[in-house]
Each structure stands twice: as C-alpha cells, then as structure tokens.
Design a protein around this ligand. Structure first.
Ligand SMILES: Cc1cc2nc3c(=O)[nH]c(=O)nc-3n(C[C@H](O)[C@H](O)[C@H](O)COP(=O)(O)OP(=O)(O)OC[C@H]3O[C@@H](n4cnc5c(N)ncnc54)[C@H](O)[C@@H]3O)c2cc1C
Ligand code: FES
Length: 271
C-alpha cells in the first residue's frame, strides 16, 4: 500500500502511445499489488479518478488510459517528468484459480486489468489460457505484442479477427470444450452476457465492475452497486455474489448520487 488517504506524488518515467486514444504511463516505483487492483490518480487542479494497474514489475508499474473526457485526455497528454498523485492500490483483485483451463475475455479498455492477470497466469506452468480480446476496431486492440498466449481477436467492424462480439467466441468454445474459470472485463453489457453464458454452462466467472468512485476505500458510498461497495468489496466479483447483485447491468449512481439505468450511466461517463 502506498497510502490510502493522502496522494503520493510520482513522476512519469516513460510514456507509451498505443494509438491516438490510448497511452500507458510508466512509474519507477515498487508497489505490492494483485492483478485487478486499482489506484486513485490525482491530477492537481483537475480531479482524481480510478485507474487499474495495467503492468506490474518488481520496481515499475504502469496505468493505461483511454482518452475519453476531460480527465483522461489530460492524463494521456502527460509526458515524461510530469508529476501526478497516486493513492492505493485499492480493491480485492482477481483470485487465481487453482484449476488449469482458464478463459480470459477482454473488451476494449477492459484489457487493462486483465493484462497483469494474463502475465501471472503465463508464469504459472499448469495454466492453459483461452484468451479472447475484442474492440471497436483494430486501433483499439491494446498490447498487440505483449503475450505469448494466442489471442482470439474480434472487432465490431471486422478490421481484425472475427467480425462480431467476444461472447460469440466464448459460446463457440464452450459448445466444443469447457473451461474451469472465466475472467472478464469490458463494457457492463458484455460482462453481463459473459456471466449469463458461464451460468448456462455452470462455469464460475470473475468480472471487474466499474462504478463512479470518489474515496476508493469504502467510506463515501459513491460506488455502491446494490449491497456491494465496488471499490472495497470489488471491483472483482465472482459468480456467487453476481447472482445476488440486482444492480449489475441494471443501475448505477451518478456523481450526484442519483441512481439511474445503466445505459444512462454509461452515456454520462462517456460524454
Ligand atoms: C476500478 C476502476 C478502474 C478503472 N481503470 C481504468 C483504466 O485502466 N483505464 C481507463 O482508461 N479508465 C479506467 N477507468 C475509468 C476512469 O476512472 C475514468 O472514468 C475514465 O478515464 C473516463 O474519465 P473522463 O476523462 O471521461 O472524465 P471526465 O471527462 O472528467 O468526465 C466524464 C463524465 O463523467 C462526469 N464526471 C465528472 N467528474 C467525474 C469524476 N470525478 N469521476 C467520474 N466522472 C466524472 C462528467 O460529468 C462527464 O460527463 C476505471 C474506473 C474504475 C472504477
Ligand atoms: S468510492 Fe467511496 S465508497 Fe467506493
């Protein structure tokens, strides 16, 4: 833990531009971390928002940001030497399954929390990974050269891999051969579909949820999803809890605390 309440100032050690909308920022700092955990990132004078740790090495870590709104556009524009504040890591992270046949389903920026999980799984010799990665188009497929594991790619526009959704590839695989555990992150509608498919095949899954966050450590209540506090109880939730989460793919809180339908929340977040 770096700190939970007061940000620690760190300088960008390196920036990697993946595409006009995605960049990874690297920091030379040793932190304790589990794949799926996140940091609260503070840009002084602007705001503070949660970003997952997308790469973890003994003395370095990175975050990957998709330029969407005001905050993330500023984050993507940071350069080597620029200073930001960080708190964390927060959240529970993914639990590594003791079993062998693992499915990983990444949609868009949902690749960021799954990438260090795949790094860990690849380092464990007993894991056979069925890896599905989808995005709007080929420019949005993150980390094309990072993994040894074969990726089943798909894009909405067919510019790379299968033209269609990650869930079609998952269903196709499960018709032929089972999996012991499925990990997923992406748009909530995609994760809800992954969960439904896994339930139909009696396969446990773990998904990483996104909600508006303010404190990051369970105090303010901004991120509640039903009875779960996403920043503290999650952001990763397993099948057993997902079955009880009525607000999953249904409702979320706006910054004001007002509960709205999930599609209204998604359009607010992506303005
Ligand atoms: C656990 C977790 C991990 C995440 N990991 C990543 C990641 O790895 N990479 C990534 O790109 N994104 C990640 N996100 C999303 C990220 O936190 C931002 O929401 C995203 O970058 C969009 O920010 P923005 O630039 O659109 O913000 P803005 O443009 O500032 O806001 C977008 C919209 O949200 C409203 N808004 C205003 N203030 C806030 C505020 N403080 N917080 C949220 N919304 C606000 C605005 O009214 C606007 O409509 C993660 C989110 C969570 C919860
Ligand atoms: S962000 Fe404050 S309780 Fe989760």
């Amino acid at each position: 833990m770096i700190t939970d309440q007061r940000p620690v100032m760190v300088r960008v050690a390196r920036k990697q531009v993946h595409s006009p909308s995605f960049a990874s920022l690297y920091f030379d700092l040793s932190i304790k971390f589990k794949p799926g955990q996140f940091l609260m990132v503070w840009i002084p004078g602007l705001d503070e928002k949660p970003y997952t740790i997308s790469l973890h090495r003994p003395t370095q870590f990175a975050i990957t940001v998709e330029a969407k709104g005001r905050f993330s556009k500023r984050a993507v524009a940071l350069e080597k030497g620029d200073q930001i504040g960080i708190r964390g890591p927060f959240g529970n992270g993914f639990k590594i399954s003791p079993k062998s046949n693992i499915g990983v389903v990444a949609g868009g920026c949902g690749m960021a929390p799954l990438a260090p999980l795949v790094d860990r799984l690849e380092a464990l010799e007993d894991k056979d990974i069925f890896f599905i990665h989808g995005a709007r188009s080929k420019e949005f497929l993150l980390y094309p050269d990072r993994f040894a594991t074969h990726r089943n790619l798909c894009t909405d526009d067919g510019s790379r891999g299968h033209k269609g959704f990650v869930t079609e590839i998952l269903e196709d695989r499960l018709k032929k051969q089972g999996l012991d555990m499925v990990y997923a992150c992406g748009p909530e509608i995609m994760m809800a579909r992954v969960f439904k498919i896994c339930e139909a095949h009696a396969i446990p899954c773990q998904i990483s949820l996104e909600r508006y966050m303010r404190c990051g450590f369970g105090v303010c209540g901004a991120c509640v999803c039903g009875s779960q506090v996403v920043c503290k109880d999650g952001p990763v939730f397993g099948s057993k809890i997902l079955r009880t989460m009525e607000d999953f793919n249904s409702k979320a809180l706006l910054k004001s605390g007002q509960p709205v339908a999930i599609d209204q929340y998604a359009s607010w977040r992506c303005q």
